[in-house]
Design a protein around this ligand. Structure first.
Ligand code: MN
Length: 259
């Protein structure tokens, strides 16, 4: 899939309470990722920057396994850096990534996604808004086990505790997905600073109403801040334009050429 067939926008903000933004977002036209760093002092910031900085160099992914390998390499880089600097000991980061998979390096085929931690990937398609990733967090595991409700999870005092992160161990278990690319799909990658402040219903409403991806991310960040902004917030929206949209553009241009 060429860059022209995707449109995207990204916004990140420190929020209203924290002094440092430990989130990082990246987009290179073929791979998109959000990382939410954790760890005292500079740790969280450095870990999320290492993850984003590694992934931004990757342009071609031919399988979900390849994306998983890239995330595992980011883990190794974070571990290596933490081992050489006592200030960074114990640093970690979540990462959620979406990558174009095109075996011939151009044509749109599929997307691969990868997740570690509690940042999220959602898809809006044919009006249906759906979380594709599964959170690696204490509250999500309790909810999946039926020990607490989704409502209790949303306000649980330990809702920030993640059960998987890059930097935590030499080995990291990466969840991956592979699914078809279709014109009209809209993807949202975000850190928990959005999810914990704004309901999925309100997020979906913005994604349905605001066509421009950058503007949509700005709206969502603004909503998180107005709701309290208790955490850093990073929002990335990726739209699949495809053939239908291109045809519509051409149809619109014709009368102008004639007049
Ligand atoms: Mn966060």
């Amino acid at each position: 899939m060429s860059g022209e067939q995707l449109r995207w926008g990204m916004s990140t903000d420190v929020g209203r309470v924290r002094r440092v933004n430990q989130d990082a977002g990246m987009a290179n036209g073929r791979l998109f990722a959000v990382a939410d760093g954790m760890g005292g002092h500079r740790g969280g910031e450095v870990a999320s920057d290492i993850a984003a900085g590694h992934l931004i160099q990757i342009e071609d992914v031919s399988s979900a396994d390849e994306l998983s390998d890239a995330v595992e390499r980011a883990n190794t880089l974070i571990r290596g850096r933490a081992a050489t600097d006592p200030d960074l000991a114990g640093m970690g980061t979540t990462v959620v990534a979406l990558a174009v998979v095109s075996p011939d390096g151009d044509l749109p085929i599929e997307f691969a996604a990868a997740n570690v931690g509690d940042s999220r990937l959602y898809r809006l398609e044919n009006g249906e808004f759906e979380q594709l990733t599964k959170d690696h967090s204490l509250v999500a595991e309790l909810a999946r086990a039926g020990q607490i409700t989704e409502e209790e999870a949303a306000t649980h005092p330990q809702r920030n505790v993640v059960t998987r992160a890059l930097g935590a161990d030499d080995d990291v278990l990466v969840d991956t997905w592979l699914f078809p690319a279709r014109a009209g799909q809209r993807f949202l990658l975000c850190s928990d600073g959005l999810i914990n402040e704004v309901s999925d219903t309100d997020v979906a409403h913005v994604l349905r109403e605001v066509a421009d991806p950058k503007l949509a991310t700005m709206h969502l960040v603004d909503m998180a801040n107005r709701a309290g902004g208790r955490d850093n917030v990073t929002v990335l929206v990726v739209d699949v334009i495809g053939d239908q949209a291109e045809e519509a553009d051409e149809a619109c241009e014709t009368p102008e050429t004639e007049s």
